[in-house]
Design a protein around this ligand. Sequence first.
Ligand SMILES: [Zn+2]
Ligand SMILES: [Zn+2]
Length: 347
Amino acid sequence: MLTVHAYAAPSATEPLAPTTIERRDVGPTEILIDIKFAGICHSDIHTARGEWGDAGWPIVVGHEIAGVVAEVGSDVSKHKVGDRVGVGCLVDSCRECDSCKQGLEQYCLNGNIGTYGGIGRDGKPTAGGYSTHIVVEEDFALRIPEGIELDEAAPLLCAGITLYSPLNHWDAGPGKKVAIIGLGGLGHMGVKIAHAMGAEVTVLSQSLKKQEDGLRLGADHYYATSDPATFEQLKGSFDLIVNTVSANLDLDAYMSLLRVDGTLVEVGAPEHPMSVKAFSLLPGRRSLAGSSIGGIPETQEMLDFCAEHGLGAEIEVISADKINEAWDRVVASDVRYRFVIDTATLG
Ligand SMILES: [Zn+2]
Ligand SMILES: [Zn+2]
């Protein structure tokens, strides 16, 4: 057993505070990772503040982990000490169901194991990346190619794959018109990846405040959704729209922006149900879909793609004592575009 430094939420209402947690000994098929950086995802905040139910406090969150292999189990073949690796939202799954067999561990039919807030195979609650070390099954650790800095790689493990997967599945590429709703932690990765895939990219944002950023990150067009003229002008334009916004939107208005056979994909998780009229779907054979992170093979593919195209997240690296402040800024959408914790400052 290894006692390591971490930051934990003691309850739904208290700020995060330094603590120590135990990491189990490395099993035959497991590796110990020396975590270097951990991204701050909005899900961390929803979970720790009890907005998605009982989190099982105290809880250590974080599922955008980048680090270096420090120890390997006797049967490990995929990683060796010193390798640069990442861990995303999952640390295990049943590995036997139809989804797992297809490499779609995110849709495991028997319930996968979350990087935090889950129960590991050892029967203990899982604890995430706001810590200096983690022990994981080798199959659930991803190789981070040279060519992406570890700090810029961390957010790819959740934000990156959350956008890559739908863009990949719905064939964003040359000749396709793709719109990304919202230019935040998720949206900015969507713009970068869709542009690198060769699609014509449009950002649909509430205002034009971040227009300069959007165009610099790879968008071809940028529109304010607060302007009703935007919806008139863009009617029937897009093959694919990815909605990264977690607030309730007028889906009917956005569906009208799709071409025939176009698809609007939800990747954010609004708190309240959203309605959509049948007549927003029928004309144009339009689809409304959802997508959740990505499986292990696709996450590796995404990291390789990002390295090949020189893509990382736009980040602000912070020390541990700034985590609570950073969370407030994430809630206020005051970050361009992802906070990353330097885990050397945790202890
Ligand atoms: Zn996340
Ligand atoms: Zn499964």
